[in-house]
Design a protein around this ligand. Structure first.
Ligand code: ADP
Ligand code: MG
Length: 283
């Protein structure tokens, strides 16, 4: 029988953060670390030494002009591309040189929503969502389908939608399906590229709420790219601004309006004049 002493112990136990609760070593290792990362395409030197830490459970939103390398950073984290120089670490482990099979265990811990949703046209909605589950997890088709339908439900979609093809649903629904696919395998890291681009304001809100709820529920670490600053304010714990191949500013979302950084200021206040050149602006 649990006496008062047990109840007290229990209370104390739960008052402590998880690392103490389970006697795990206290770790300040970021979930994702980029150190001096460089990447060029011919003469186009896109990343010129990107330093970026994302702590476990943080939701970092990356902002910056068009073609500044935001999508590229997500692809380097995911391992779809290889950096020219610098280091990328996941949970403190150096993954910079790992490609193909060696990178797979890390890729399996991540889910990504691509800018154009990138759904497979010839597969049904549920098959799209279950894509990784069917490939990686050794589940039966029925189990994968059940998990996919569960995930679709968590983004507000009914099982009958699961049977449709991507071409049979709207752009907003495709984004939701893309997001469901990104979170279906319950990843530790969620990467989202322009999750609300091209959506109307109402659907933008719906998607941002889904991101907030689901990423929080997973306890995942998130890195998103967006031009939707209102969405960023809602879903981010931290903001980083990339400019001219480097992180020009990084801070908590609450500091966005008084960053003291002219690039961030111009971006946040949509000003035509400022250090960001017209040709580079993404807004
Ligand atoms: N596979 C590639 N081959 C050549 N150039 C690329 C490739 N991927 C990205 N780039 C270039 O890198 C720059 C950054 O691209 P990207 O990360 O997509 O920008 P954004 O910040 O808009 O997401 C762009 O100039 C783009 O043309
Ligand atoms: Mg992009």
């Amino acid at each position: 029988m649990a006496g008062p002493a047990d109840a007290k112990t229990e209370k104390r136990r739960w008052a402590k953060p998880p690392c103490f609760r389970y006697n795990l070593p206290v770790s300040s290792t970021p979930k994702i670390e980029l150190r001096g990362v460089t990447k060029s395409f011919g003469d186009n030197h896109v990343l010129k030494g990107v330093d970026l830490d994302v702590g476990a459970g943080q939701s970092l939103v990356l902002i910056g002009p068009s073609a500044s390398g935001k999508t590229l950073i997500l692809k380097l984290i995911l391992g779809l591309m290889r950096a020219d120089g610098g280091q990328i670490r996941i949970d403190g482990e150096d993954v910079t040189g790992l490609i193909g099979k060696a990178r797979e265990p890390y890729i399996r811990r991540m889910g990504m929503l691509f800018q154009q949703s990138a759904l497979f046209d010839s597969q049904t909605v549920w098959e799209n969502v279950a894509f990784r589950l069917l490939q990686d997890k050794g589940l039966t088709r029925a189990q994968a389908k059940a998990l996919a339908l569960d995930t679709l439900a968590s983004v507000g979609m009914t099982p009958d939608v699961g049977e449709l093809l991507p071409a049979e649903i709207s752009g907003g629904m495709q984004k939701r399906v893309g997001f469901a696919r990104a979170i279906a395998s319950r990843p530790e890291i969620v990467l989202l590229d322009e999750p609300t681009a091209g959506l109307d304001p109402i659907m933008t809100n719906v998607i941002n709420d889904l991101i907030l709820d689901n990423v929080r529920q997973l306890g995942a670490t998130a890195v998103s790219v967006t031009s939707d600053l209102e969405g960023a304010r809602k879903t981010a714990t931290d903001i980083a601004m990339i400019y001219d191949g480097k992180i020009a500013w990084r801070g908590p979302v609450a500091s966005l309006d008084d960053s003291g950084n002219p690039y961030v200021d111009q971006f946040v206040h949509h000003r035509g004049d400022g250090p960001i050149q017209l040709a580079e602006r993404a807004f």
